[in-house]
Design a protein around this ligand. Structure first.
Ligand code: NAP
Length: 276
């Protein structure tokens, strides 16, 4: 999802872009990654590849860690060997969600799930493989036109059902990949890129319930959206109850638009079935 928007944003900014699908490059294969980076000869490598099945990572944490941990390290090592800067995308799920003020880059991490642990392992693998030569961008609640995402699921279900229950006790920052991607390109294009961890998420804060309600209202669907608790809808992987990301960095980290602006762009780009 993010990778497709990133290729479009980098091309639109005038960069020469080489993109790899999973079928073309498996990042768990260190030799293949080295060969791919050598032949592309990039200035910047952006790793959008990940195991993103959060519940699946509870069943197979080793599988998630191979991609999100070791695989991320393979990408950063190959980039550093070629003198290219690594931009690595990480997640709000590295936090435990116990805070009630926005998470800053300096806050302690404490992942609750196998997915979160695998993403944290990736951050550390990147830092070890490309010390001082990388940006780890933590983002959250991604949605976009290039993949399956929460708004797509809600639009489908709301078109089929009269009532939907959505959790109201998990709060975060939805982030439109159409906004995140150009920000990553902007960071990559700088002469002085921000090193280390950067928080980059949509402005504004909501619960999944509030997000869903906004989607259904904007789509003009008649489905009623009702709030419920996480306990009402048990899932294999625990999620942070609060994972609002904000940046404390003073080196001009980009500020993304509000998530509602992202949703408006998303809704303009996707067809809505069953709208009134
Ligand atoms: N989605 C979110 O809500 C969210 C939130 C915060 C951070 N992030 C992070 O943002 C980044 C982009 O996420 P996204 O939502 O764009 O994910 P996505 O749509 O699931 O894309 C991830 C891509 O990685 C590929 N991939 C999986 N294993 C691979 C491997 N071993 N080698 C190469 N490619 C592999 C997947 O291929 P297949 O489809 O064939 O498996 C898929 O094309 C990820 O780092 C993710 O952890 C996502």
């Amino acid at each position: 999802m993010l990778g497709q928007d990133l290729i479009a944003a980098a091309s639109a900014a005038g960069h020469e872009v080489v993109g790899f699908s999973r079928g073309e490059l498996d990042i768990t294969d260190a030799d293949a990654v080295t060969t791919a980076v050598r032949s592309a000869r990039p200035d910047v490598v952006v790793n959008c590849a990940a195991w993103t099945d959060v519940d699946g990572a509870e069943r197979d944490e080793a599988g998630a860690a191979a991609v999100n941990g070791a695989g991320a390290g393979n990408v950063a090592r190959a980039a550093a060997a070629r003198g290219a800067w690594t931009i690595h995308v990480s997640s709000d799920y590295v936090f435990d969600g116990a805070k009630r003020l926005p998470y800053l880059e300096s806050d302690d991490v404490g992942p609750l799930s196998g997915y979160g642990r695998s993403k944290l392992a990736g951050e550390r693998a990147v830092a070890n493989a490309a010390p001082g030569w990388h940006t780890v961008v933590r983002s959250s609640w991604l949605f976009g036109t290039g993949g399956s995402c929460f708004p797509a699921t809600i639009l489908r279900l709301a078109g089929e059902r009269e009532e939907l229950k959505v959790v109201d006790d998990q709060v975060g920052c939805p982030t439109f990949t159409g906004h995140l991607a150009p920000a990553l390109v902007e960071i990559g294009g700088r002469e002085a890129r921000p090193a280390g961890v950067v928080h980059l998420a949509g402005q504004g804060v909501c619960s999944w319930y509030e997000f869903a309600r906004e989607i259904v209202v904007r789509a003009g669907l008649s489905c009623e959206v009702k709030p419920c608790t996480t306990a009402d809808m048990p899932r294999p992987a625990p999620r942070p109850a609060y994972s609002v990301l904000r940046s404390e960095r003073d080196d001009e980290v980009p500020v993304l638009p509000d998530w509602r602006a992202g949703l408006a762009e998303y809704m303009a780009a996707v067809p809505v079935a069953g709208a009134r």
